[in-house]
Write a protein that binds this ligand. Structure first.
Ligand code: 5AD
Ligand code: FES
Length: 367
């Protein structure tokens, strides 16, 4: 791959120490080199197309109590919903009409979504449309994953959130009799033939620089097809988001949950996983509504996920507060995102936009 890093050799095979230095770098001129390199590598490996994945938030029920998430079981302030099969199918048809190549069905860990019910929905989507189907439904059983794969599901998203084992356990209380092990689940999803996606939040209370550098190295070793990184946004109705939550770390060790830190992680993620599909996330757009999406796309990302969830449900899917697009319609998000992509001279990808495993033709250097 070395010719593909022509002119930017300092970014090839980044070591843990180099990653750490970039996370702590505050010289703007130097950071420009990082942004430039990540944009160049993104262009050389996955091109200028931005693929659109239509997001359907099918249920906000959840049995888990993750310390950061507004959908956690113990949050009694939200009204719970589960979309009907026909409502989900209508969203999938809307995705097709809007030219998207993929629908992503996302929910809390909701066992009201039964294996058979979802199998039926996946089959219908696959029969009635040419869409790729991505699932993001939490830590389900191998039997569920197998049935959904056989019904035609193509991809599964499950962020590990942090590779620090103590912090992971602290923020992800296990269910009784079942230890939470997302790395093991990602391996079985891969064996079942799914494209696999994972990722982290940046700036979780208690997350230090060394652990984020470790997260970025894990992306490389897991050979992920899709990687989502977004800033942690405190939710006041969660234990981690209460005002004055004591973080165990001194200020100079705690990674900030900032827009700027998100770009650094995004850029290095592209550099260590040049072929991965990487979204410019809604959480990032929440921190900078004016231009977060575009800056994400210019610092490594090649995917956006327009929200298709009907308005009456969308407002109830409050993972974190003040979420971008919470009061928009699917049509608004479609027009908005298409405009943003054009405004930075990128093109909208056609087809399913799955993981590319072969490098694309080398492009002339960008300046
Ligand atoms: N801030 C930012 N992102 C969050 N997520 C969950 N809670 C929050 C929060 N408070 C992210 C997690 C999850 C994804 C669906 O949303 O990374 O995997
Ligand atoms: Fe939803 Fe911009 S993406 S309004």
């Amino acid at each position: 791959m070395s010719d593909l890093f022509d002119g930017i050799h300092e970014f090839e095979n980044l070591t843990r120490d180099a990653i750490l230095d970039w996370l702590r770098e505050d010289d703007e001129t130097k950071l420009e080199r990082l942004w430039h390199a990540s944009n160049l590598v993104r262009r050389r490996f996955v091109g200028d197309d931005v693929h659109l994945r239509g997001l359907i938030e099918i249920s906000n029920h959840c049995v888990r109590c993750c310390g950061y998430c507004g959908l956690r079981f113990e949050n009694k302030k939200i009204e719970r919903y589960r979309m009907s099969a026909d409502e989900i199918l209508a969203c999938a048809h809307q995705a097709l009409q809007m030219g998207y190549g993929t629908v992503v069905m996302q929910s809390g860990e909701d066992y009201g979504i039964t294996r058979d019910w979802l199998t039926g929905i996946i089959r219908r989507i696959k029969k009635e449309t040419p869409l790729a189907v991505t699932l993001s439904l939490g830590e389900r059983s191998d039997e569920d994953f197998k049935a959904w794969r056989e019904a035609g599901a193509d991809r599964y998203l499950l962020r590990f959130e942090t590779s620090d084992p103590d912090l992971y356990r602290f923020i992800h209380p296990s269910l009784p009799h079942r230890e939470s092990d997302r790395m093991a689940i990602l391996r079985s999803l891969r064996e079942l033939g799914y494209e696999i996606g994972s990722g982290i939040m940046i700036g979780i209370p208690g997350q230090n620089y060394r652990s984020v550098a470790g997260d970025i190295e894990s992306f490389r070793s897991l050979d992920l097809d899709m990687i989502g990184v977004g800033p942690y946004i405190p939710h006041p109705d969660t234990p981690l988001g209460m005002p004055d939550t004591p973080t165990a770390l001194p200020d100079d060790e705690q990674v900030p949950h900032s827009e700027e830190m998100t770009y650094r992680v995004l850029a290095m993620t592209r550099l260590v996983c040049p072929e991965a599909n990487i979204p410019s996330t809604t959480a990032l757009a929440t921190l900078n509504k004016a231009s977060g999406r575009e800056l994400g796309l210019q610092r490594g990302a090649n995917i956006v996920m327009p929200n298709l969830t009907p308005s009456q449900y969308r407002v109830k899917y409050e993972i974190y507060p003040d979420k971008a697009c919470i009061n928009e319609t699917a049509q608004c998000c479609h027009i908005c995102l298409s405009g943003r992509i054009e405004s930075i001279s990128r093109s909208i990808g056609k087809g399913q936009g799955g993981r590319k495993r072969e490098r694309i033709r080398k492009e002339p250097d960008m300046h």
